[in-house]
Design a protein around this ligand. Structure first.
Ligand code: NAD
Length: 343
């Protein structure tokens, strides 16, 4: 294996430069003010990965290839997530998708895949204690996020209290999902803020959602028609008082329970048995990308069974039991730098 002395100076310098640049882009992105497109970001990340594949000595815990998200800002209190929040591995074509499925199938008998839309929003973590929403936080670096509870309370679809008409609320429930701004609401918001001069127009719905959610004054957030769809479970302690205890057994079964508790779910996810059906789902939404009311940047495929998810486990930044299939970018790379965007 190569050691430090075999890494050419110019490679080492380029590596350091890419780390700095990617960290900087991440920081801006999570504030809602990116200066490069996602495709450009992904290219820089790929260049960094290629260098690290060739010179593994350069891989440190601090490298953008090894960590989740961005450092958290000082504007909000820190919150430690009960269960770490992760990123997702990417596939940019069907070969990479098949390679992921082959790796998973070599480890466990997969059985069923859950396919869902990859919503282009921001990851948010919600904690319910005995059915009451007690905290909401950004993903942050995956371990520690920012306390945005007051802002999230302004989102209409996020229940303050879980619905107990079907079954009692659990003792503790941590759920993750995507907060986003539907495209039509984004366009109306841009018209409104441009007309009243209160804010520069946002470049896209994701930036608008990020900026809106990270307002210091929740009354401003309340004027932004944010929505949320839940797509994961963190910590979970079932209800104490007996008969109605339920355990989560699979992603799809968890969604059914979360839906019964009144949490906002997508109605576009599908559970399928084969990779052919996964590829059909991917192709369908590639052709119908604008059918949903919100922007998507790909498809997320998850091994449905929770026991198999646990067996597959995670790398330092992403689960091995899931992958994001990224659609090719639609945006023109120069538009972002031309538009003045703000938080
Ligand atoms: P990611 O966006 O590729 O995937 C992880 C995230 O997907 C999760 O945290 C979750 O919030 C979200 N997600 C949406 N729908 C989901 C679903 N159905 N199930 C599970 N998760 C779902 O990874 P990331 O770490 O959040 O960010 C990296 C990506 O962000 C880059 O590939 C790039 O596209 C973009 N980015 C852009 C810039 C920029 O400057 N333009 C900077 C940093 C990151």
């Amino acid at each position: 294996a190569p050691d430090n002395t075999t890494v050419p100076d110019e490679v080492r310098a380029r590596h350091a430069e890419l780390c700095r640049e990617l960290d900087d882009h991440s920081y801006r992105y999570y504030l809602g003010n990116p200066i490069v497109s996602d495709a450009e970001y992904d290219q820089l990340m790929q260049e960094l990965r290629d260098i690290e594949d060739k010179y593994p000595i350069l891989i440190t815990q601090d490298s953008p290839t090894q960590k989740v998200g961005a450092p958290i800002s000082v504007d909000f209190a820190e919150v430690e997530h009960l269960v770490r929040m992760e990123s997702l591995g990417n596939a940019f074509n069907t070969d990479e998708l098949s390679a992921w499925a082959d790796r998973a199938s070599a480890e466990v008998p997969v059985g069923a895949y859950l396919c869902e839309l990859k919503i282009d929003g921001l990851a948010v973590d919600l904690v319910y204690e005995r059915g009451r929403l007690i905290r909401a936080a950004t993903r942050g670096d995956g371990r520690v996020g920012e306390d945005i509870t007051l802002n999230v309370r302004t989102i209409g679809v996020v229940p303050e209290q879980l619905d107990e008409s079907v079954r009692p609320a659990p003792e503790l429930l941590e759920v993750r999902g995507e907060v986003f701004l539907p495209v039509e609401d984004f366009e109306k918001l841009n018209q409104r803020i441009t007309a009243d001069g209160s804010h520069a127009p946002f470049a896209n719905p994701r930036n608008a959602a990020a900026g809106s959610l990270r307002q210091k004054d929740p009354r401003v957030t309340a004027t932004r028609p944010l929505s949320m769809i839940v797509h994961g479970v963190g910590a979970y302690t079932p209800a104490k008082d007996g008969a109605e205890d339920v355990a989560f057994t699979s992603q799809s079964q968890a969604y059914t329970l979360l839906g019964e508790w009144g949490l906002p779910l997508s109605d576009r996810y599908r559970v399928v048995a084969t990779m052919d059906e996964v590829r059909e789902y991917v192709a369908h939404y590639q052709a119908h990308r604008h059918d949903p009311a919100y922007e998507i940047d790909g498809i997320v495929i998850k091994v449905d069974d929770f026991a198999l998810q646990r067996r597959l486990g995670s790398t330092s930044r992403a689960p091995r039991w899931a992958i994001a299939y990224k659609y090719p970018p639609e945006e023109v790379t120069t538009t972002l730098v031309d538009i003045k965007v703000g938080v």
